[in-house]
Unconditional design. Structure first.
Ligand code: ADP
Ligand code: MG
Length: 728
């Protein structure tokens, strides 16, 4: 019997939901372990408090002496809550988070010790992080990089460690993390958007991008997951026959949450609230054992930090509940995968959402300005946006008929389409008073009413307007949101700068009134960007053809898609806005392209090992059982034994044939891997992995899955799909 598998199943059946006591109100828990403004007021002098607030709001530098006060206050707060250590917490380009803990502890002359945390330790650290990816920026013999405090994301306590969000940069100043370019894109967008919003509202001094992510994931019992080397190592199943029942009955989606999973979520939410992650929504997703969690949106830098922190906390809390969390975009073949919708908008310091229409014509013209500029930005840079969602794991999902296609398009709904159609007709040049009144009353003025009944949501669109925000739906569930958000912020910033220049140009050169100039530029933008707008079924073949005729890109895999990251257009975008320099852009590209090859390489080794070490020995065991049976029949029936043994002999032969196919494919795959590994050029290597190594996975899997159906269930060593997906 396949002991590991059956022990795991038994363990899972015996599990009870872990008891959770929710005694405190959520509002009281919220932010308790965060060095929030409230905690700062309590623990900092008013001077140091002010300097932190100015650093957050205006990006002001914090004076040396004040930094010492702040660190002391922070330490007092943290130790009062039981913290013994501190760490600079950052997001290197590995996709996870990094930390190195130091104790609040220093020895002094007289052989005693004190608790200490200096301003210098708060502001800057030098982790020996020479093994983190850097894309060739740092040579290891000079592997110096440092972390620097980001006061815009508050410190928090996790376990007994005070975590200080930081950026991570090389001594030569290049960014080695996700946060640095994100912060720069936030600054660029603030400047560009504030300049534009002041056409409409002079009171605005700051614009921030907001992000509300929706995290999808699977929960699998830890014992079951441990019996699957593919799940444990690559995060997805490389083999496994589809279960008789999958998601076809749609009986899991929004259904009642299974009790073990529910208690996990309650426990998780408790931890999240303590950490100031404003979690709000939880529900079942489409696939069995698939769920979603969404918070209230926040300023984008904080939201990105919170998503990274959340993923870490999810894994930790899962251990307490004997679950493994699967973040992979496609853990199971034939079953929906997971994504991470990024809801994005722009908020002013006066409390207004720039992508939300309002009550006055001015507010609505402001809305239209930001709305149309965003669409134009996406049109002009669709391939750069596509590149940010590319990864080996997201390749399985994009365009697979369950997630947006690899073609970027914008959905705005039929009502707003009508508004844009009207605006396209605006007169070229100065507008007559009659036309302006008409526009303001009947087109711009009607927007809020229109949006109220704008219910036509298109789930197949990768970038959809949903009433007061855009939703980038193509982001993968494993992704760090920073990269797509950096790109979105940057392309919109660039677009708004151009818009301002054009409007100002018309005002000064053609002596146009401001509103006339704005209508004129918007009209042009609507016309120019119309090709990116698509309201139909994004999953269909027809759209692929249509998109091609519109000249939209359709990069089907990561090595192809990533190239747009180092195009001249991308380099100009990031260098002109001072978000990244060319070295940083290329380093990131190198890391991602290498990462792709490594992923496929690991999966290739895994599937080869599992097929040879698990599947083939098992099926030979079963074949021997059959052979014994046939021999026995021959003993009893003599020369007529074939009448009785025909089916068994067919299976014996089928097993041998499948084994032969598997072995042949593995040999060929290994040869293809060897060939790829000998290629110096990382881009060519990634293409070889994609085009020549990866296709073998399907062939090997096909034969293994056929064998799964042939062989005695008792012998099969790998936990089956039905057990992984339907054990709750
Ligand atoms: P859905 O139907 O896609 O689940 P919801 O209305 O529930 O949409 O919102 C999904 C996410 O959008 C939530 O995380 C929410 O906080 C976020 N969201 C709402 N308004 C904004 C905004 N102005 N900016 C960014 N995100 C927002
Ligand atoms: Mg959504």
């Amino acid at each position: 019997m396949a002991t590991l598998r059956f022990n795991a199943i038994k363990k899972t059946f015996d599990r009870k939901p872990v008891e959770i006591n929710e005694v405190e109100r959520r509002s009281e828990l919220f932010g308790r372990n965060v060095f929030s403004k409230r905690a700062m007021r309590q623990y900092l002098t008013s001077d140091s408090y002010k300097s932190v607030i100015n650093a957050i709001d205006k990006g002001d530098k914090i004076e040396r002496q004040l930094a010492d006060h702040i660190s002391t206050g922070m330490k007092e707060w943290a130790t009062s809550k039981g913290a013994t250590h501190y760490t600079h917490w950052f997001q290197p380009l590995t996709g996870s988070t990094a930390e190195k803990h130091d104790a609040f502890f220093e020895t002094v002359d007289d052989n005693s010790a004190i608790e200490k945390f200096s301003g210098q330790q708060l502001v800057q650290q030098e982790p020996d992080a020479s093994s983190l990816p850097n894309g060739g920026i740092r040579n290891t013999f000079e592997a110096r990089g440092y972390t620097a405090w980001d006061p815009t994301s508050p410190a928090f306590i996790w376990g007994t460690t005070l975590c200080i969000p930081t950026i991570f940069i090389a001594y030569t100043a290049e960014a080695l993390d996700y946060k640095t370019p994100l912060l720069k894109s936030i600054t660029a967008l603030d400047k560009a958007a504030t300049d534009v919003v002041r056409y409409f509202d002079k009171k605005v001094n700051k614009v921030t991008a907001t992000l509300g992510w929706e995290q999808e994931y699977f929960l699998i019992d830890s014992a079951l997951a441990a019996s699957r080397p593919d799940l444990m190592i690559s995060g997805r199943t490389l083999l496994g026959h589809s279960p008789a029942k999958g998601q076809q009955l749609h009986d899991h989606y929004f259904g009642s949450i299974p009790s073990r999973a529910l208690n996990y979520m309650r426990d998780l939410e408790h931890e999240c609230l303590l950490l100031g992650i404003p979690v709000k929504t939880r529900h079942n997703e489409v696939a069995p054992n698939q769920f979603e969690l969404a918070p209230i949106f926040e300023e984008v830098n904080l939201a990105v930090d919170h998503n990274s922190l959340l993923m870490h906390v999810m894994e930790k809390v899962a251990e307490r509940h004997n679950f493994v969390v699967l973040f992979h975009e496609k853990p199971f073949k034939g079953i929906n995968g997971s994504g991470k919708h990024n809801n994005w908008s722009l908020a002013t310091d006066t409390g207004s959402n720039l992508l939300s229409p309002g009550k006055t014509p001015t507010k609505n013209l402001s809305f239209l300005t930001f709305f149309v500029n965003t669409i134009k930005a996406v049109y002009e840079n669709e391939e750069i946006l596509r590149a940010t969602i590319a990864s080996a794991s997201n390749d399985h999902r994009l365009g697979a008929g369950e997630a947006p296609p690899a073609i970027i398009s914008v959905f705005i709904g039929s009502q707003l389409t009508k508004v844009l159609d009207e605006l396209e007709k605006v007169t070229d040049g100065k507008l007559s008073p009659q036309e302006k009144t008409d526009l303001k009353l009947n087109v711009v003025g009607k927007i809020p009413e229109i949006l109220l009944d704008n219910t036509d949501r298109n789930r197949t669109s990768p970038f959809a307007f949903t009433g007061n925000k855009f939703e980038l739906r193509a982001v993968g569930s494993t992704a760090n949101c920073a990269d797509p958000m950096t790109v979105l912020n940057s392309i919109v910033a660039k677009q708004l700068i151009e818009f301002k220049q054009e409007v100002d140009g018309l005002i000064s050169s053609k002596k146009m009134k401001k509103d006339d100039a704005i209508f004129n530029v918007l009209r042009d933008y609507i016309k120019k960007s119309s090709k990116i707008r698509f309201e139909g079924d994004g999953y269909g073949k027809a759209w692929e053809e249509e998109a091609e005729s519109r000249g939209l890109s359709n990069y089907r895999n990561t090595p192809e898609a990533l190239k747009s990251k180092i195009s001249k257009k991308a380099i100009d975008l990031f260098t002109q806005l001072e978000i990244m320099n060319e070295t940083e852009i290329k380093a990131r590209f190198d890391i991602e392209i290498e990462d792709y090859s490594k992923h496929i390489q690991i999966e290739g080794r895994l599937i080869g090992d599992i097929a040879r070490n698990h599947v083939i020995p098992t099926v030979i065991k079963y074949q021997n059982v059959l052979i014994k049976n046939v021999k026995g029949l021959k003993e009893i029936y003599g020369k007529d034994f074939k009448d009785q043994a025909k089916e068994q002999m067919n299976i014996i032969e089928a097993i041998s044939k499948h084994i032969a196919h598997i072995n042949k494919n593995i040999d060929q795959m290994i040869d293809a891997r060897k060939k790829a590994n000998h290629i110096e050029d990382p881009v060519k290597r990634a293409h070889l992995y994609c085009d020549e190594v990866k296709p073998f996975f399907e062939d090997i899997r096909y034969h293994c899955d056929k064998l799964e159906l042939l062989v005695d269930d008792e012998l099969w060593p790998l936990t089956k799909y039905r057990e992984l997906l339907f054990t709750k």
